[in-house]
Write a protein that binds this ligand. Structure first.
Ligand SMILES: [Zn+2]
Length: 703
């Protein structure tokens, strides 16, 4: 009898343990890009009411002092999803690094525990090409495709679009296994353009408007979870990847400095059964991985440096430890001095040529540098010890040269990517605090120019170059302003000076070559590329396309072909090289009449149009091939399309006239030739003009 009772009790305990077993809990990770903790109403901010995030805060624990280790998107998410800092995983900024396949991610860890995994990310810095997709069954980084004109990229999508995809995944979810869902909302990242009604409500504070909008979008996800009664079975973590300076310390956005404006992030953790409260102990992103393992009752991977925050959530004190941070985008992409540091005993030490020390209890805004008043040796030693303990030789293998597409897309988000090899030693002149004001002034000058204040803009940029010879954006912006004014000689001269001062700066070099091509200086293009030895050239299809154009223009067909082929070997989706190679084949065909060359030209134009439906040159080329094949109707439609894409496209207008002439549609042919003569007659050679006039006469005669 007794035995039976005990057996029953054990059975009941086992059953109830099973029903509430933490290993069955789902995990929802929400990361909001560029989110300052002090913009959430649950952090005491009053201008924005973030009712939905507050609702989560009401269910869980609000960490009032949580820190990111890095102020840029890719490394920060790597810190969260790998549970290590860049010292270990080696990803220091957005453009020059990937998360290596051999690293073990939270998604892989949960997948091994039987979880279904899905990620919905909002912007290009988290594209699967950077390696954070490891372990996800679904990694949705579809923020749109290249636009029809091929001119601009879609590099982000709105929070509502991300959330809608996540909700659809949840709705489709019919498996018995638990799930891990990561939702990333990019909206508070610049440019700040919240949709209505937030654009109206926050007219003068668009950043706050983006925060309010994300809260609104997340509300739909929370409602969905509540409706399915999932919140009581789901661990929810909400954090920001980094903050936004909004002008503090002279930094407009993020990625340069490592002040709390960008390292302090919101952190809310909801664990079923853990009472809601708030924690003011110092915690960081690498603590999230071990916290989840602890809460789920699963073994964490060996060697994770973070701490489980579960004890803190239950009111206990966490072990004393330094929190490492760094800001190395300026170092890797601009060649400026590195910023690294530690937060220790409520003090923050920032190691740079001009070191800083702040008392975070009295001065969380970091306005009173104590570096001159206190001994820094102990902090330096702590930083060195942390770096020694957590660095791995393998970390350097995360470095990759970015390709053209990456550079272009990241540039559209405001990241300048350059520099071959960072310097080894630095002095105060290399300190980010000294250099950033020059960068800011260069960007202000560009804005002044766009507002029509051209002379003032040029004066500022010239003064910067006079003062410091190493501000790359000053040269680039001044050259671009000259180019927009049609002053190519001055533009090229500025870039030449820039290259003299900064001979390893690839963005200046490639812009210089671009401008030489645009002004028809083909000998100089060939000389510049032949004498250059940038490592980036091996990853840049555009530079070889420029060389091909220069060689082709000089009649060096074989060399031109080799250059286009090199460009396409680097990037087989680089449409400009297809269209230029097609033109080259076409020219060769007209000389040799070898039909295989016409076929190859046709193939190149077809590929170009498939990659870039807005390429007028490719439609013009297609039209020429059709005309040569006697398919005049098709030729006409290609030329019309080319002109539609590029109004005033002389070659296509002339070719259209010829195709109508072939079709014996002399009225339309006449109209095209007359149009062509009106627009381009003055620039034609005497012989060409005579030929055109004869065609016009012939049309009139036959009408
Ligand atoms: Zn970010």
């Amino acid at each position: 009898m007794k035995k039976t009772v005990i057996g029953a009790v054990i059975l009941i305990l086992w059953a109830s343990g099973s029903a509430n077993s933490s290993s069955k809990w789902n995990v929802l990770l929400i990361t909001i890009d560029t989110l300052r903790a002090d913009r959430l109403s649950c952090y005491g901010f009053s201008s924005v009411q973030t009712a939905n995030i507050d609702r989560l805060a009401g269910r869980g624990t609000v960490f009032s002092r949580a820190f990111a280790h890095t102020p840029t998107t890719l490394p920060s998410h790597a810190n969260i999803l790998l549970g290590t800092t860049p010292l270990y995983h080696g990803v220091h900024e957005n453009s020059n690094f990937v998360v290596r396949g051999e690293l073990w991610t939270l998604a892989e860890h949960l997948k091994r525990e039987g979880y279904s995994t899905a990620a919905f990310v909002g912007a290009y810095p988290l594209d699967s090409r950077f390696g954070l997709d490891q372990g996800f069954d679904v990694y949705d980084d579809d923020y749109g495709s290249q636009s029809a004109r091929g001119a601009s990229f879609f590099v982000e999508r709105k929070a509502e679009a991300v959330v809608a995809k996540a909700i659809a995944w949840l709705a489709e979810y019919r498996r018995s296994s638990p799930w891990f869902l990561w939702v990333h909302c990019f909206d508070p990242h610049e440019p700040y353009n919240p949709p209505p009604p937030f654009s109206e409500t926050f007219k003068n504070k668009p950043y706050d408007g983006e925060v309010a909008y994300v809260d609104h979008a997340l509300g739909k996800l929370l409602v969905e979870l509540e409706a399915r009664d999932l919140l009581s079975r789901t661990i929810v973590i909400l954090t920001g990847d980094h903050g936004e300076s909004l002008g503090e310390h002279g930094e407009a956005t993020h990625a340069y400095f490592a002040y709390n404006a960008t390292l302090w992030v919101p952190l809310i953790i909801c664990i079923p059964g853990v009472r809601s409260n708030s924690v003011d102990q110092y915690v960081s992103h690498i603590d999230l991985f071990p916290t989840l393992c602890d809460a789920l009752g699963i073994k964490p991977p060996a060697g994770l440096p973070g701490l489980s925050l579960l004890p803190a959530m239950k009111g206990r004190k966490l072990r004393h430890r330094p929190i490492y941070f760094e800001s190395l985008y300026p170092y890797y992409s601009r060649g400026w001095a590195p910023i690294r540091g530690v937060i220790l005993d409520m003090k923050k030490y920032i190691d740079s040529p001009l070191p800083e020390l702040y008392d975070l209890v009295k001065d969380f805004g970091e306005n009173h540098n104590l570096a001159d008043k206190e001994r820094l040796d102990d902090y330096r030693k702590t930083l060195e010890a942390v770096m020694r303990a957590h660095s791995t030789p393998a970390a350097s293998a995360s470095r990759r040269a970015p390709d053209r597409e990456t550079i272009q897309k990241l540039r559209s988000l405001g990241y300048v990517s350059g520099l071959e090899e960072p310097k080894e030693s630095f002095n105060r002149e290399d300190d980010v605090k000294i250099l950033l004001p020059y960068h800011n002034r260069s960007m202000e000058a560009r804005d002044l120019y766009r507002e029509g204040n051209k002379e003032r803009a040029k004066t500022i940029l010239k003064a910067i170059i006079q003062d410091r010879k190493d501000i790359d954006v000053a040269y680039m912006n001044l050259a671009t302003l000259y180019k927009e004014e049609g002053k190519m000689v001055e533009a090229i001269q500025v870039l030449k000076e820039g290259l003299t001062s900064l001979p390893t700066n690839y963005p200046i070099f490639s812009t210089y070559v671009n401008f030489l091509v645009a002004s028809g200086q083909f000998n100089e293009v060939i000389a510049a590329i032949s004498n250059a030895s940038f490592r980036q050239m091996e990853y840049d299809p555009e530079i070889w396309n420029f060389l091909g154009i220069a060689r082709a223009s000089k009649g060096e067909t074989k060399e031109a072909l080799a250059a286009f082929e090199k460009s396409l070997a680097i990037d087989d989706k680089f449409s400009s090289s297809y269209v230029n190679r097609g033109m080259l084949f076409l020219a060769q065909f007209l000389e040799s009449r070898d039909p295989s060359l016409a076929a190859r030209a046709e193939e190149d134009f077809r590929r170009t149009i498939a990659l870039d439906p807005g390429s007028a040159a490719a439609f013009n080329g297609q039209g020429v091939v059709c005309r040569l094949n006697g398919d005049f109707d098709q030729a006409v439609s290609h030329f019309l399309r080319a002109i539609e894409l590029k109004p005033g496209y002389g070659d296509a207008v002339y070719n259209l006239g010829m195709a109508y002439f072939d079709k014996k549609d002399y009225a339309r042919a006449l109209r095209a030739f007359e149009d062509y003569r009106k627009k381009f007659g003055a620039s034609l050679s005497q012989a060409d003009r005579r030929k055109l006039d004869e065609l016009i006469q012939e049309c009139r005669r036959r009408l």
